[in-house]
Design a protein around this ligand. Structure first.
Ligand code: MLT
Length: 322
């Protein structure tokens, strides 16, 4: 069976598929040539990350397509309903990147509370001229220990964020319409395990309670966090979005930063990816990264292997809805 991994696949995932008899192509086919390529090359399985758009047109034109795999969590670049109506299952890897995304949340958070996002911009420019001034400018940092982490969306990634927050001595509260309370387990390198009961709360209460807010929900039709929601947050709170652009209203965020209501924010995802608004890119209170939540070697290996295993199982036994 021919597989096209159009946005790449880890070596481990490719090797596992090849060992199971799949032929894996990793040629990057441009979006406008995709439909012709899928048909001409008799591709039965199309694997994508976030770059390739698997639109209804792509699905309709690919006469040999039997299954679509998303190497990652979000399915917003795939016409899932259209595929399913045509009997083409769509598989993804919802858990494989949770630890990597959660670690990125804390990279942004720990940097933000000590102004590293800004001092890393200023030190190369003026560190040898105005060292003392910069020292003063960045001297009102805060600790995260004892502060409250609010988590919106308590799936696998939200829980991984909670684990790290608890490990740092933070309080955790979450909002999720599907979950009211949860047990979060921390596993340490020496094998010890600690279990914590974590309580959910209504969305608005979480906004009002937290010192830091981290978003872990799928793409939305309209922003979940806009002017009103930002207004409910404590003055001086911070917000981190590693979920999807558009979940957080960017103009409203800029206003809240300008007004001093939000202390800093971190964005890994943007409404206008891959060309984020320049006002965001230039803002001194924003810690920025280019959608790299799942982009670690470990996560990409897990994603590749999980996708390979699902594909092999589907080939053997047919599609089992998770
Ligand atoms: C995901 O949905 O898995 C992540 O956002 C990673 C990505 O899309 O590149």
């Amino acid at each position: 069976m021919r597989v096209l991994a159009n946005d790449g696949i880890s070596d481990a995932g490719k090797e596992r598929l090849e060992a199971a008899g799949f032929e894996v192509l990793t040629t990057r086919v441009a979006q406008e040539q995709l439909t012709a390529f899928l048909d001409r090359e008799k591709i039965a399985a199309l694997l994508v990350r976030s770059a390739t758009q698997v639109t209804p047109e792509v699905i309709d034109a690919a006469g040999h397509l039997k299954i679509i795999g998303r190497a990652g969590v979000g399915l917003d670049n795939i016409a899932v309903e259209h595929a399913r109506k045509k009997g083409i299952p769509v598989i993804n890897t919802p858990g494989a990147s949770a630890d990597s995304v959660a670690e990125l949340v804390f990279a942004h958070l720990m940097g933000g509370v000590r102004f590293l996002h800004d001092s890393n911009r200023q030190m190369p420019l003026e560190g040898d001229q105005i060292f003392k001034q910069l020292k003063k400018q960045y001297s009102k940092g805060t600790e995260v220990k004892g502060k409250t982490m609010g988590i919106v969306g308590f799936g696998r990634i939200g829980k991984a964020v909670a684990q790290r927050a608890l490990g740092l001595g933070m309080k955790v509260v979450f909002a999720d319409p599907e979950v009211t309370h949860a047990q979060v387990s921390l596993e340490f390198a020496d094998g010890q395990r600690l279990h914590f009961d974590v309580q959910g709360a209504p969305f608005r209460e979480v906004l009002a309670m937290c010192d830091f807010l981290s978003l872990h929900v799928p793409a939305q039709d309209k922003p979940l966090i806009g002017e009103k929601e930002l207004g409910l947050m404590k003055r001086g709170a911070a917000i981190i979005n590693t979920s999807r652009g558009g979940v957080l209203d960017e103009p409203a965020l800029l206003q809240a930063l300008e007004a001093g209501h939000i202390r800093f924010a971190a964005l890994d995802v943007f409404t206008s990816e891959p060309a984020p608004e320049v006002q965001l890119l230039m803002h001194p209170q924003l810690s920025l990264s280019p959608h790299i939540g799942a982009a670690t070697r470990e996560a990409q290996d897990r994603i590749g292997l999980e996708l390979a295993d699902q594909l092999i199982a589907w080939h053997k036994n047919g599609f089992q809805e998770a």
